[in-house]
Design a protein around this ligand. Structure first.
Ligand SMILES: [Zn+2]
Ligand SMILES: [Zn+2]
Length: 72
């Protein structure tokens, strides 16, 4: 399974920092190497791989959690 370019129609275009993108609900596909706006499930509609829904990096994860807390 690889990128079939169908992800282009779900691509999330903005210039926010990575942790902000996750915090506003964008999901990252490591195979297609893009952020997607895809609420249906946590699998890439293009390549079928599991999407990342929060940052992997510890520092970004802290900032991400901070934003989520502020939202409540
Ligand atoms: Zn793709
Ligand atoms: Zn993908």
């Amino acid at each position: 399974m690889a990128c079939k370019k169908t992800c282009k129609q779900y691509i999330a275009i903005n210039s926010d920092s990575t942790h902000v993108r996750y915090a506003i609900g964008q999901k990252r596909c490591g195979t297609c190497e893009i952020f997607l706006i895809w609420d249906h499930d946590n699998y890439c509609p293009c390549c079928g791989h599991k999407l990342r829904i929060k940052p992997k990096n510890a520092r970004l994860k802290r900032q991400y959690n901070k934003i989520l807390k502020q939202k409540q």
